[in-house]
Design a protein around this ligand. Structure first.
Ligand code: IPM
Ligand code: MG
Length: 370
C-alpha cells in the first residue's frame, strides 16, 4: 500500500518517548492490517533537542513539521533544562510549532469515561457523562502580543511587559472552529473573555456575537466572563458543550476542565491550522499531561492520552473516523477490564505498566477488528 500519509513523531522528553512507543505499535498494526500506511519521520524537540543541538527546536524540524500532514507530539521539559535562558526553554519547541505552523485552534476535550468516574475529585453526580470541548486560541493573545519584554526604567527598577491583542480575523477563525464543532455536538457554544475589563475581550464578544448571528443562527451562543467560567466549571461542568476562548484563559480553563475528569493521563488535544485551497490543514496532536519528569524512566506512565491523541489525529487529519473510534473503543475496553496505570489506580483494579497497558490496547484492537 502506498505510504501517502506523512506523519512526524516528536516524542520529546520525560515520559514522552515512553508513551509514544506504545502508540507506534498501533501505527504498525494499521499498516500490517493494510488499513493505512504512514510515512513516519522522527525528530527531536525540547530538552532532547537542546542536548543534541543547543536549541529547543531546530529550523529543520520546523520545516519537516510544515511538510507533514500531521505531527504527533509527546511532551517537553524537565528539571535538567530549568536553568536555560528564557528563549531556550524546552517549552519554546511547542510555542514555535504553534506559531510557525499557524496552529491557531487548540481543541482540548474534557470527557469523563464511566469506568474512571471515581478518579475525579468532584462528586460522580456532577461529572457523570461530562463531555466538554474547549477551543483555545493558540497563536495570538498575550502569549505572542507585542510589545513584550523586560525593560529598565530611568529610576533603575524594571518593568515586565506583555500585551493581550486580538484582531477580528483571529477571533473569527477560531470562533468558526468552535461553531462548526458545536454543530456536530450539542449545538452550544459558550464564548469566554473578560469584556468587563479588557477591550480585547469586548472586541472578542462583539465579533463572536456578530459571526454567530450571521453564519450560525442554529448554534446557541452564550457568553461568560473567564472568572465566572472557572467557577462554573467546578460548580456544574455539564452545562458546557463547546467553550471558545483566548490563549491565556484557554490555558487556565483547560487545565481546570481536565481536572474535573480527574485523570490528566487520559486527555488528548489537537491543534489545527487553517485549511489550504486543497482542504489540507497543518495539525499537531499531543497529550495534555506534559513530560512528568518525576515518573519518567520508570515505565509506569499512562500511554492512553497519547493513544487518544492518535485517535484525534486519525479523525481530524486523515478522516479515518472508524479507525479513530476503534482505537478509542480499545482503550475503553481495557479500562472496563479493570487495567489501570498508577495515575488512575483504584482499589480492586489491576495495576499495569506502560508496556502492559499498550499491549492490552493492542489485544483489544485485534479483537475489535476481527
Ligand atoms: C499547554 C502548556 C503550554 C502553554 C506551555 C508548555 C508553553 O501549558 O499546552 O497548555 O502554556 O500553552
Ligand atoms: Mg497549559
Amino acid at each position: 500500500m502506498p505510504a501517502n500519509k506523512k506523519l512526524l513523531m516528536l516524542p520529546g522528553d520525560g515520559i514522552g518517548p515512553e508513551v509514544m512507543r506504545e502508540v507506534s505499535h498501533i501505527l504498525e498494526w494499521l499498516d500490517r492490517r493494510r488499513i493505512a500506511s504512514f510515512d513516519i519521520g522522527q525528530g527531536l524537540v525540547g530538552g532532547a533537542s537542546i542536548d543534541a543541538t543547543g536549541l529547543p527546536i531546530t529550523p529543520d524540524v520546523v520545516d519537516r513539521a510544515k511538510n507533514s500532514d500531521a505531527v504527533l507530539f509527546g511532551a517537553v521539559g524537565g528539571p535538567k533544562w530549568d536553568k536555560m535562558g528564557f528563549d531556550l526553554r524546552p517549552e519554546i519547541a511547542i510555542l514555535t510549532l504553534r506559531r510557525e505552523l499557524g496552529l491557531f485552534a487548540n481543541l482540548r476535550p474534557a470527557t469523563v469515561l464511566d469506568p474512571l468516574i471515581e478518579a475525579s475529585t468532584l462528586k460522580p453526580d456532577i461529572v457523570r457523562g461530562l463531555d466538554i470541548m474547549i477551543v483555545r486560541e493558540a497563536t495570538g493573545g498575550i502569549y505572542f502580543g507585542e510589545p513584550r519584554g523586560i525593560e529598565t526604567l530611568p529610576d533603575g527598577q524594571k518593568r515586565g511587559i506583555n500585551t493581550e491583542v486580538y484582531t477580528t480575523s483571529e477571533i473569527e477563525r477560531v470562533a468558526r472552529v468552535a461553531f462548526d464543532l458545536a454543530r456536530q455536538r450539542q449545538g452550544r457554544v459558550c464564548s469566554v473573555e473578560k469584556a468587563n475589563v479588557m477591550e480585547s475581550g469586548l472586541l472578542w464578544r462583539q465579533t463572536v456575537t456578530a459571526l454567530g448571528a450571521a453564519e450560525y443562527p442554529d448554534v446557541a451562543l452564550s457568553h461568560m466572563y473567564a472568572d465566572n467560567c472557572a467557577m462554573q466549571l467546578v460548580r456544574n461542568p455539564r452545562q458546557f458543550d463547546v467553550i471558545v476562548t483566548g490563549n491565556l484563559f484557554g490555558d487556565l480553563l483547560s487545565d481546570l476542565a481536565s481536572m474535573c475528569t480527574g485523570s490528566l493521563g487520559m486527555l488528548p488535544s489537537a491543534t489545527l491550522g487553517a485549511p489550504d485551497s486543497s482542504g489540507r490543514r497543518l495539525s499537531l496532536y499531543e497529550p495534555i499531561h506534559g513530560s512528568a519528569p518525576d515518573i519518567a524512566g520508570q515505565g509506569i506512565a499512562n500511554p492512553l492520552a497519547q493513544t487518544f491523541s492518535l485517535a484525534m489525529l486519525l479523525r481530524y487529519s486523515f478522516d479515518m473516523k472508524e479507525e479513530a473510534a476503534l482505537v478509542e473503543q480499545a482503550c475503553l475496553a481495557v479500562l472496563e477490564q479493570g487495567l489501570r496505570t498508577a495515575d488512575i489506580m483504584q482499589e480492586g483494579k489491576t495495576r499495569v505498566t506502560t508496556m502492559e497497558m499498550g499491549a492490552a490496547v493492542m489485544r483489544e484492537l485485534e479483537r475489535l477488528a476481527a
